[in-house]
Design a protein around this ligand. Structure first.
Ligand code: SOE
Length: 377
């Protein structure tokens, strides 16, 4: 492992500077200020393929340097943490090399594009762990205070045994058939479409909120717009636009999941509704500071901004609401706290593999007209 000199801040490198690279950069920029008790970090270097663009990103997001070779960056002695925000097809290769170089590794979700790659990464993470090197997957919604509170309420028995979950993650940035081609619509780069991009969040949340494992899946996938304007003319879309699934959990809950990037009017609409034998909990990301909890009482809106609610102590006084970006900062803080204390961070690569197995089962089921597929964990 890279052994930072006593007292030296941990050097961070982020690989990728687009949407997720920007979100993670903002987290690294703020984490030492808002979470002063975790190890301090420095934004050493941001990596991208295009020199001019990555240089501009370094300037805007507060990185000391810009670089175009991730292979060189992961070998640097002044880099202790590698944060991977590339398209999915590069996750496994970069993570494997970074772990081998002794760097702590944070990988943006989904962990990788295939179950096979995830299985290898789980093994490599276990070997690295034995050398004092930590790894984590960036399912940032685990750090939404309301969702962390919802998990606590479920585990404390507030709504009784969970019977049903109704989960939808709907966006509309592809609703226009003229929206241009992007790597997110190419199977060889993204792995899948709405299923991996949005369904991975849903599956992780279900397993997190219920502290349960998804063990069966039936699915259906649709690609409504089969080609889109590319830089050299029309290009085939090779992933799903919309995915539906029925999932079953080990403890007997049933989950309906719908994920779409073509749902006109829904910008970033993640809804999670949990129905138990004694009550229910509802959450909608577009009102991310709120939960509605009904424990047989007709439903109470809870504004999740109190100092004793998860993560809130680090931020603002009650009623001063948080946003989507704060989740990435809290995620970075949790990762750093685990590195400092020697506690395995969560979600682990094993959690990332568990999600990927469910996504693969949904895809397999969709290929057999929705037949139920069993998932071994
Ligand atoms: C794009 O669909 C996307 O950026 C996802 O990749 C993120 O994980 C999600 O948080 C917001 O939407």
């Amino acid at each position: 492992m890279t052994s930072p000199q006593r007292g030296r801040p941990l050097g961070v490198a982020v690989i990728g500077h687009s949407f997720m690279g920007k979100a993670h950069s903002n987290a690294w920029r703020n984490v030492s200020a808002f979470y002063p008790d975790v190890p301090h970090t420095e934004q050493r270097v941001i990596v991208g393929r295009d020199h001019a663009r990555v240089k501009a990103a370094a300037g805007r997001y507060g990185w000391q340097e810009a670089a175009t070779s991730w292979q060189e960056v992961i070998e640097r002695d002044d880099v202790d943490i590698v944060d991977i925000c590339t398209p999915g097809h590069l996750h496994a290769e970069v993570a494997e090399a970074a772990l081998a170089a002794g760097k702590h590794v944070l990988v943006e979700k989904p962990l990788a594009n295939t179950v096979f790659e995830c299985e290898r990464l789980v093994e490599q993470a276990a070997d690295a762990r034995a050398r004092g090197v930590f790894s984590m997957v960036g399912f940032n919604y685990r750090r939404v205070p309301a969702l962390a509170l919802a998990r606590d309420l479920v585990s404390s028995g507030r709504i009784g045994v969970v019977r049903e979950v109704r989960a939808a993650y709907l966006q509309d940035w592809l609703a226009d058939a003229g929206a241009p081609m992007t790597w997110r619509l190419r199977k060889d780069e993204a792995g899948s479409g709405a299923l991996g991009d949005l369904g991975s969040h849903v599956v992780d949340q279900v397993q997190f909120l219920l502290d349960d494992a998804v063990t069966t899946a039936s699915g259906r996938l649709e690609t409504f717009v089969e080609s889109r304007p590319g830089s050299h003319g029309p290009e085939a879309v090779t992933v799903d636009d919309v995915a539906w699934a029925w999932l079953g959990t080990a403890r007997g809950a049933t989950v309906s999941m719908e994920v779409s990037r073509m749902a006109f009017g829904r910008k970033n609409g993640l809804s999670l509704e949990i129905f138990g034998a004694e009550g229910s909990i509802s959450f909608h990301l577009e009102s991310l500071n709120e939960l509605v909890v009904d424990a047989g009482t007709g439903g109470t809106r809870v504004l999740v901004t109190e100092a004793d609610h998860p993560y809130l102590e680090a931020w603002w006084p009650p009623g001063h609401v948080l946003g989507w970006d704060h989740t990435f900062t809290s995620q970075a803080a949790d990762f750093l706290a685990c590195i400092a204390s020697g506690t395995p961070p969560q979600p682990s690569f094993a959690d990332g593999l568990a999600v990927q197995r469910v996504l693969a089962a949904v895809e397999e089921s969709a290929g057999t007209r929705g037949a139920q597929v069993d998932i071994a964990h």
